[in-house]
Design a binder for this molecule. Structure first.
Ligand code: AP5
Ligand code: MG
Length: 223
């Protein structure tokens, strides 16, 4: 089982890169934000609860988040590993993940932190469009679709996320960065952290991540 954690501030490119890496490594992309958005769309109890926090740019409480993620890891498609995007988001979540993996005799192979300065994060989030049906990610400035308003991959309409308003972007960046630092420290202490400069093209960031993760998968490098 290969467990890769992608870390980064809102807008750093976690979802964009996790989608590419999941295809490349043949393991699923598991994003707690996507799981919550799907629960919100379904109107489930988890969705109704999560929505109250997401619309304010706050973290959803750990009990709900950890249970949802651990349930997802039990699914058969995750048996060979996962690319985690947006989880863990604080020390308690990181410790819960460590404990669940230890029960299976494994641990996080690589945590890669994608670093992007705040003004660039704001620019990326305010220009982001996602496809309605599958969440494929575009950007009107940096990564536009071939046809305005239409997903290149599945032809579904492009929409903006409810939390990509100026006010909620500000709240997410203000409220979530301190606990992200705790998670970065957690994986640095475990010796599995690699930092990648996210202010390059999408392809260049992918290459840097593949180098970082590939070596960990092959067991050739301990950071
Ligand atoms: P989540 O969905 O995880 O949102 P986020 O962390 O705010 O991250 P984003 O999805 O906004 O950014 P990203 O890093 O994926 O960037 P992307 O690839 O889209 O979480 C949403 C909410 O759910 C949270 O606020 C919280 O309430 C809740 N939640 C989720 N997980 C939780 C947890 N574990 N605990 C508690 N609560 C939780 O890229 C951004 C834009 O930039 C795109 O337009 C893209 O095209 C563009 N772009 C990407 N890479 C590049 C590049 N290299 N150059 C130029 N443009 C680029
Ligand atoms: Mg994302």
């Amino acid at each position: 089982m290969t467990v890769v954690v992608l870390l980064g501030a809102p807008g750093a490119g976690k979802g964009t890169q996790a989608g590419i890496l999941a295809e490349r490594f043949g393991i699923p992309h598991v994003a707690t934000g996507d799981l919550f958005r799907s629960a919100v769309r379904d109107g489930s109890p988890v969705g109704l609860e999560a929505r109250r926090y997401m619309e304010r740019g706050q973290l959803v409480p750990d009990d709900i988040t950890i249970r949802m993620l651990l349930d997802r890891l039990e699914q058969p498609d995750a048996k060979d590993g996962v690319i985690l995007d947006g989880f863990p988001r604080n020390r308690a979540q990181a410790e819960a993940l460590d404990a669940a993996l230890a029960e299976r005799g494994v641990s996080v192979d690589r945590a890669a932190s994608i670093e992007v300065p705040t003004d660039e994060l704001v620019r990326r989030l305010s220009g982001r469009w996602v496809c309605r049906d599958a969440g494929h990610v575009y950007n009107e400035h940096t990564n536009p679709p071939r046809l305005v308003g239409v997903c290149d991959i599945d032809g579904s309409p492009l929409i903006q996320r409810d939390d990509d308003t100026a006010e909620t972007i500000r709240a997410r960046l203000t409220l979530q960065l301190a606990s992200l630092e705790d998670v970065v420290d957690h994986y640095a202490s475990a010796g599995v952290l690699k930092t990648v400069d996210g202010v390059h093209s999408i392809d260049e960031v992918t290459d840097a991540l593949v180098r970082a993760i590939g070596r960990a998968r092959d067991g050739q490098e301990v950071v």
